[in-house]
Ligand binder design. Sequence first.
Ligand code: NAP
Ligand code: BLA
Length: 329
Amino acid sequence: MSYSVTTPIRVGIVGTGYAAKRRAEAIQADERAHLGFVTGHSQTRTEEFCQAYKIAALDSWETLVNHPEIDLVIICTINAIHGKIARAALEAGKHVVTEYPLTDNPEEGAHLIALAQAKNQLLHIEHIELLGGLHQTMRQYLPALGQVFYARYATITPQRPAPHRWTYHQTHFGFPLIAALSRIHRLTDLFGTVDTVFGHLKYWDSTETDYFTSCLCNAQLKFTNGLVADIIYGKGEHFWQSDRTFELDGDQGSLVFDGQKGLLIQGQENIPLDAGTPKGLFTKDTHMVLDNLLAGTKLYMSPQQSLYALKVAAAVAESAISGHSVRVS
Ligand code: NAP
Ligand code: BLA
């Protein structure tokens, strides 16, 4: 696919947090692009951002997506508004990159992908987990496990006191395994399609303001190839021990990672594995986006792959509400 865009690509960013900063640095380090504008939330952090990157602020994302001097909009704000910003930006004729998730609604996701295709504009959903050492190492050693029949991926983050931030707000963050879509996406990328899911979700101390102090979200996925996967996502004040274990069990061996350190276990043999550091991934993603826009180089994944992970996550959300297992259509 080739796009009509000329250098330098003029970029506007929505958001001023961690992802936005990494994007701004990557854009400013690349002569093929120019960072012109940002729009933020709180005035202080917007001003800090503008000072750090020597750029101008626009008063709203609506103004930013319609700005005539912007070709590419990068969406790095709270999850609840990704979908509507992406839609408005595509309708305004902009190329769009969004941090995951694209939206919480698979139908809206499909519509946005079709809209971008019809208008020949880029819609890229960042999934930096695929670019990271952990995923690459898992992929590399997968064949050594034979037939994989079980996966278990836990990310538990104790946090005391729970911060009064959007990531502890039911609406701004959204259903935890849609917000943390990488957990499901890592597995669908490795193991393909899912037949049925079962989900569970608990919030602690959630108030009428929608903030909670902890959440626990579990999902069991049964893949078409027979593999069963347990995903555990928890954070907040009610957890006492952090956990980042990713385990795959096959008939020839197991792969077990604790954070970035892993072991390949085959019979009596244990081979230590190191997945490196998860730094620099937003830069990698940004470079690949510019390569794609300017040279048509293939990106590391398609929006359809993100949409499939979203469909599975939405089925988990449906199951968590109904208490029944849900077939993924
Ligand atoms: P962050 O550092 O907390 O930044 C969040 C941004 O959203 C800030 O600009 C914040 O502004 C703004 N914001 C907060 N509450 C808001 C509200 N109610 N309405 C509008 N804007 C609001 O978060 P982040 O880690 O950069 O995450 C941004 C996006 O990237 C999220 O969708 C996240 O899932 C995704 N993502 C992040 C990572 C990562 O490594 N961090 C990885 C993958 C995907 P103020 O600070 O002024 O409130
Ligand atoms: C993913 N990290 C995320 C997401 C959020 C944060 C909101 C998306 C939702 C999710 O998948 O859980 C936020 N991450 C944070 C915050 C810290 C953090 C506030 O580590 C505080 C230290 N992201 C960072 C930092 C690194 C980082 C400092 O903010 C590490 C260098 C990496 N975050 C990182 C990666 C992902 C992610 C690689 C993708 C998720 C995955 O690997 O599966």
